[in-house]
Design a protein around this ligand. Structure first.
Ligand SMILES: Cc1cc2nc3c(=O)[nH]c(=O)nc-3n(C[C@H](O)[C@H](O)[C@H](O)COP(=O)(O)OP(=O)(O)OC[C@H]3O[C@@H](n4cnc5c(N)ncnc54)[C@H](O)[C@@H]3O)c2cc1C
Length: 333
């Protein structure tokens, strides 16, 4: 049996381990568009902040799959899927066939209203993004972060650590709208108030202007003007599912899967940030971004691909806030 896993993140890796556990004769192939796919994504902010080196966050293939046999195809971007031929197609024109396919392609920044300005700012989703941003931060004195969520707050902490004058521009009504694992909006507001972060609660971005090829001017909808060399978009993340178009795989905001994480096509599954799974407790489809839920969904999908009959039940908001033993608030001390 040939199992193909699209994505080398928490969902894809945990699925590979489960498949190997339950089908020791199966062939497992894991694919990533990243040329260096194995790194600890949730440690990227600490890397940007200069608290971790690249060597601390990069993992090797041997380390990730030390007890199991997995073929890794790195630097291969999936452009389309043909379920009727059990085949995926890459941007380089090559194909890969499968008996079972897991889609675990994660999420990507949803640029939303900033799409028009996308050449003017950085965003962080991969190790390469983080390397680029860190390099740019080393040459800047001030930075503007545009965002209202976890990543925006974390980047503010990183930039303060680098000694940058740090501005955080948020949409007032979108700022920290969900209590993530016990950390409330009040907790975050208190932490930011006691810090050097300059907050701008606003209605959105009206313009991003190039002043002189080096400095940018961010103009908010309330007319506030902030000049900086470095602008970072940390807007919300959205499931990365563009390649499913015309495949017949049902999608909504993410790839729609049932409680077994199976799509409408019986031999195709989805797990992690790209999946919109059926929550049997709430009776609705949901997306749950996060490292821990990616791992758990990957395990369930892997077991079911190998013939088990498991149901994914979400325990909580499975976002992982503990970073090297420190929760989100302790990191500011
Ligand atoms: C900076 C940052 C900090 C974070 N901090 C935390 C945190 O503290 N706690 C937490 O719980 N979560 C955190 N997250 C979120 C967490 O990393 C994700 O929820 C988790 O990685 C999701 O795992 P996944 O396997 O679904 O997808 P990902 O880990 O995103 O992996 C997606 C994989 O799919 C591959 N891929 C994508 N598109 C294609 C394609 N077309 N063709 C081939 N391959 C493709 C990518 O190369 C990658 O290997 C953070 C994310 C970021 C970006």
């Amino acid at each position: 049996m040939k199992y193909v896993i699209a994505g080398c993140g928490s969902a894809g890796i945990s699925a590979a381990h489960e498949i190997a556990k339950w089908d020791d004769k199966g062939e497992i192939i894991i694919i990533s568009e990243d040329h260096h796919p194995f790194y600890r994504r949730m440690h990227l902010v600490e890397f940007i902040a200069g608290r971790l080196q690249e060597s601390n966050i990069i993992r090797t293939e041997q380390d990730v799959f030390k007890d199991i046999d997995v073929k890794v195809l790195a630097g291969k971007r999936i452009v389309s899927i043909k379920p009727e031929e059990n085949r995926i197609r890459f941007t380089d024109g090559e194909n890969q066939d499968y008996n079972f396919l897991l889609l675990a392609t994660g999420a990507k920044p949803d640029l939303n209203e900033l799409e028009f300005y996308q050449n003017n700012f950085y965003s962080v989703n991969s190790l390469n993004d983080a390397v680029r941003l860190k390099r740019a931060a080393a040459e800047a004195e001030s930075a503007v972060i545009i965002g209202s969520n976890f990543l925006a707050v974390e980047l503010a902490r990183a930039f303060l650590n680098l000694g940058l004058e740090t501005h955080l521009v948020s949409r007032k009504e979108r700022f920290w709208t969900r209590d993530a694992m016990g950390v409330t909006k009040n907790d975050i507001e208190a932490v930011l108030k006691n810090s050097q972060v300059r907050r701008h609660d606003d209605r959105g971005i009206a313009d991003i202007q190039d002043i002189d090829g080096e400095m940018w001017r961010v103009i908010t909808k309330s007319g506030v003007k902030i000049d900086a060399k470095l602008i970072v978009s940390a807007q919300r993340m959205a499931p990365n599912i563009g390649y499913t178009i015309y495949s017949g795989i049902k999608t909504d905001r993410g790839i729609l899967v049932n409680e077994e994480l199976r799509t409408n096509i019986p031999n195709i599954f989805a797990a992690g940030d790209c999946a919109q799974f059926y929550d049997i407790n709430r009776g609705m489809h949901r997306i749950n971004l996060g490292w821990a839920s990616g791992t758990k969904q990957g395990q369930t999908a892997g077991q079911n691909m190998a013939g088990k009959d498991k149901v994914y039940v979400i325990a909580n908001d499975e976002f992982f806030l503990d970073l090297k033993g420190k929760n989100l608030l302790e990191r500011w001390k």
